[in-house]
Design a protein around this ligand. Structure first.
Ligand code: ADP
Ligand code: MG
Length: 340
């Protein structure tokens, strides 16, 4: 019999492979860290970025923090406080659930974490580089957690070289920041890039958050959408048709507070605008859908931006009719005069 040749990969190698799925660019780190801060019930979140995140992505939150044991465990693969059993996957209320992000990030960067729980006097300060623990110390810290991720892909030159210009990478960082901030208007968010403050968003509501991100002129363009059925609750805004543009800019779906992409639901919207847009024009929309968690599957895509709905066709019809109704109410189509 020939010698057996199969070996289990060491953890740090497995983590580096998994990182390829989760972490494509600095913006992926931004997304994962911001979502963790939201899951930790923070009311204030700061994002600090240098060179579009290539040299630093730091997220500071005032959330629940971690105890010393969890502070170490969070860097292990499949280590999560968010699910316990497979069934939980179909009833998710948190952004995270795979317990993969931090292990992946720590495998391909220099990570410095500081965390303290409210009831504790002292916190813990941990440095990990390429999955290896460098230091772990007790420290005097404010409540909450700070993750600083430096020198992304330091040990994978091919990935590092593959990164785009600072402008392009920062655009991706902004996209992720805006998506999380739009989904959670009650949380205050700050974004600082290369030392200058790009956003300082106070706690507010959906409409105000959208205006704070996209500028004061956005307010007059928004038409509210509202629908409430057993299957789905819809709120948010669609843009008045006269403000539609050639480029697909501000088009956002959130499902249960998570930004998602859906060509199918986009089609429902375009359908609702039928006859109201000039050829080739794209309306803006900011739509917040709430569905019972067990009617969707989020676990079909590594970055969770695509999800599967149980009954997509009904959602399509409800969404289309809600938007038609809103656009009609705001008198954007010529009205028939029944009096004469
Ligand atoms: P997931 O979010 O899928 O659980 P992560 O790797 O992102 O996986 O995080 C692992 C665990 O670390 C989380 O389940 C959570 O318990 C803890 N954690 C991560 N970030 C924070 C944070 N900012 N505040 C408190 N706990 C955190
Ligand atoms: Mg997470």
């Amino acid at each position: 019999m020939a010698a057996s040749i199969i070996q289990l990969l060491p953890d740090h190698v497995a983590n580096q492979i998994a990182a390829g799925e989760v972490v494509q660019r600095p913006a992926s780190v931004v997304k994962e860290l911001l979502e963790n801060a939201v899951d930790a019930k923070a009311s204030d979140v700061k994002l600090i970025v240098k060179e579009a995140g290539k040299t630093l992505v730091q997220v500071i939150d005032n959330g629940l923090g971690m105890n010393t044991t969890d502070a170490r465990l969070c860097f292990e693969r499949h280590a999560t406080s968010k699910i316990r059993q497979a069934e939980d996957l179909f009833d998710l209320s948190t952004k995270g659930f795979r317990g993969e992000a931090l292990a992946s990030i720590a495998a391909i960067a220099h990570v410095e974490m500081k965390t303290k729980q409210n009831q504790e006097e002292l916190g813990v300060h941990i440095v990990i580089e390429g999955s290896k623990l460098v230091t772990q110390e007790v420290a005097v810290l404010p409540q909450g957690t700070s993750f600083a991720v430096k020198n992304l892909f330091f040990n994978i030159p091919a990935r590092r070289n593959f990164l785009k210009s600072e402008t392009v990478e920062f655009r991706h960082v902004m996209d992720e920041f805006q998506r999380v901030a739009m989904a959670h208007p009650s949380i205050s968010f700050t974004l600082i890039h290369n030392g200058s403050e790009m956003y300082n968003l106070p706690s507010s509501n959906y409409r105000q958050r959208i205006v704070n991100i996209f500028g004061g002129k956005t307010n007059e363009k928004l038409v509210p959408v509202a629908e409430d059925t057993e299957m789905i609750q819809i709120s948010g805004f669609v843009g008045k048709p006269e403000f539609a543009k050639k480029s697909r800019g501000e088009q956002f779906f959130f499902v249960n507070d998570r930004f998602i992409k859906s060509a199918y639901l986009h089609h429902a919207i375009m359908n609702a605008y039928e006859g109201l847009l000039k050829e080739g024009n794209q309306p803006s929309y900011f739509l917040y859908l709430k569905v019972p968690p067990h009617t969707i599957d989020i676990n079909i895509h590594p970055t969770k931006t695509e999800i599967k709905f149980d009954d997509e066709q009904s959602l399509y019809a409800i969404l289309r009719s809600a938007i038609k109704h809103s656009l009609g109410q705001f008198n954007v189509a010529p009205v028939l005069d029944f009096e004469r």
